[in-house]
Design a binder for this molecule. Sequence first.
Ligand code: C5P
Length: 296
Amino acid sequence: MVTVRVPAKVNVQLAVGPVRSDGFHDLANVFLAVGLYDEVTVTPADALRITCEGPDAEHVPLDATNLAARAAIALAERHGLAPDVHIHIAKDIPVAGGMAGGSADAAGALLACDTLWGTGSTQDELLSICADLGSDVPFSLVGGAALGRGRGEILTPLEVGGTFHWVFAVADGGLSTPAVYRECDRLRGDAQVPEAEPAPDLLEALRTGDPAALAATLVNDLQPAAVSLRPSLAATLSAGTEGGALAALVSGSGPTCAFLAKDPDAATAVATALTASGTCRAVRITSGPARGATVV
Ligand code: C5P
């Protein structure tokens, strides 16, 4: 049996460029891994099987559409093996929340199966399978902080000079990532969309570990689309800002909202304000950067 722990992420910059001929968007996607984790455990079995536990477990598909199952199948195919494994997911990352929970499970299952089966993949081989599984899966494997170019899968690690304190407001129900990208395109209409580029001030704020500087540069081009599809997010974002957050933004394609706090005490105050506001289902306090997928 092998267990792998994998972190959630928040996008501190999500710049969305024009839509490409393959339907994806070129991105400048600055990922920061944060300390909410799923744990993926694999055990030899007669056939591929997935189980899941956790508060959102009933929303997780337990068939071959689950990215963790697809990860096991992809690795097995590459090595001529049968993917006969029981994958158990202990889920703590919000489901369909814009925090890469499904991607985390895929990266976790891949590393766990590679360890269980002794297939000894190099990091580059694992990253290439991750990129085939989804745009955010390579980052879930490496964690820390990274700039993602292309559709988000081409990673450059980033230096981070300190710990950033975050509060996450979990919404009722998820949002579909393709639907949010479609809404982004619809809202943009015929407007000329510039190429997505990383913001130098934001990379500098990460490098120096300065929360106020990072707060001033946080940006998510998907936020207007997520708020358009889920207008109640506007009240959640205001509640956290009024509670003392340095900045508020939708996490990835949402609907989870992320709040950057000055320090742990400020994070506690923001969390208390969000809970009192009644504008979200649950509140989580954590920090980043966090380690990528790790065998425990
Ligand atoms: O890569 P992934 O499977 O996570 O992407 C889910 C969907 O999100 C894609 O089918 C596409 O609609 C949208 N997407 C996009 N541009 C990206 C990443 C995702 O349009 N860079």
